[in-house]
Design a protein around this ligand. Structure first.
Ligand SMILES: *[C@@H]1O[C@H](CO)[C@@H](O)[C@H](O)[C@H]1NC(C)=O
Ligand SMILES: *[C@@H]1O[C@H](CO)[C@@H](O)[C@H](O)[C@H]1NC(C)=O
Ligand SMILES: [Zn+2]
Length: 310
């Protein structure tokens, strides 16, 4: 009897902890019955009701359902080449870098010029699945978001009040056999921000060094969505690039050595994909498709030409 009562009490206390309503949001991997009581992605709407609205991000991109849009020409970047010095910070959810100089993105049907504010990452565990967007169900090991605000706004908060106030560029990563030397300095600096709330100075990095070469950025997806963390504000024009950035297994694993607020390993820092809810995902005109189409046209015309002479 005594044992029964104490096990009922134990069960009750576990249930109580599991359903307790602590305020801060967290990722699913941090939601652990009995030890943490933060709010995981399933209940982010309790943190901010916008998280349950109808144009949420990330999404799974179903390539067969994307619509080709010829207005999605290559983006124009300014200030991306410029080397800068900034603060790298572990904010307890991710690692973020403030962009201190003027760097902009425009064209590609963006309808305005957007200024880079900060960039950050979402990753898995030791190079395992970790991107936020997925393509035909495939989750890449990591994703970088370069957050831009429309240049006519004073700050990011003001831009978030407009349905097209923010433009985020999303880049996937893939595991490569050799390490990516362009990332050496940045990944080395991660060692200085292991603890939640810590920061370090990084010098001599440029945005163009972190992203693919221009020739590898012509293929991308575009849709209307939201921030992928609370407040989940629906103010984002999303551009998700098709070609991933290569990093070695060790380079990808370096991110898993960071720690969340609370001391757990910072891993699986992604929000699960959200319902598309009738939104159309557009894709840029693929030069590869165009080339094969031209080839096909040539074949058809020459075949027709041949048959005429037969
Ligand atoms: C970086 O950390 C120091 C203390 O460790 C703190 O004084 C400073 O405000 C932090 N800077 C940023 C940008 O968070
Ligand atoms: C695209 O990237 C690959 C390797 O990631 C590289 O070999 C190729 O030269 C790049 N293409 C262009 C057009 O930059
Ligand atoms: Zn993000």
């Amino acid at each position: 009897m005594q044992a029964l009562i104490s096990s009922v009490l134990l069960l009750a206390s576990i249930l109580k902890i599991c359903t307790s309503s602590e305020s801060d949001w967290c990722y699913q991997t941090q939601v652990e019955c009995g030890s943490s009581s933060c709010k995981g992605p399933d209940v982010w709407h309790e943190v901010n009701e916008q998280c349950s609205k109808s144009r949420q991000s990330p999404i799974n991109i179903v390539t067969k359902k994307t619509k080709l849009n010829h207005l999605l020409t290559p983006l124009k970047f300014t200030g991306y080449q410029e080397a800068f010095r900034s603060t790298l910070k572990n904010n307890g959810h991710s690692v973020t870098i403030t962009v201190p100089h003027v760097a902009t993105v425009s064209e590609g049907n963006l309808l305005n010029t957007y200024r880079a504010v900060q960039f950050h990452f979402h990753w898995g565990k030791d190079g395992g699945p970790g991107s936020e967007h997925t393509v035909d169900g495939e989750q890449y090991p990591m994703e970088m978001h370069i957050v831009h605000m429309r240049q006519d706004f004073k700050n990011l908060d003001a831009a978030l009040g407009d349905p097209t106030g923010v433009a985020v560029l999303g880049f996937f990563y893939e595991e490569s056999a050799s390490s990516n030397r362009k990332y050496d300095g940045f990944i080395e600096a991660l060692k200085n921000v292991v603890e939640s709330g810590s920061n370090t100075t990084i010098d001599g990095i440029s945005l163009s060094n972190l992203i693919p070469s221009e020739g590898n950025m012509t293929n991308y997806y575009r849709y209307s969505g939201s921030l992928t963390t609370p407040s989940c504000t629906e103010a984002v024009v999303w551009t998700v690039f098709e070609n991933p950035i290569p990093l070695s297994h060790d380079q990808l694993s370096a991110f898993s050595k960071l720690k969340f607020h609370g001391g757990k390993s910072m891993v699986k820092t992604f929000r699960p994909v959200q319902p598309r809810k009738g939104r159309v995902v557009y894709r840029s005109g693929s030069s590869v498709l165009l080339a094969s189409f031209t080839l096909l046209l040539l074949c058809v015309t020459s075949a027709l030409g041949l048959s005429q002479f037969n």
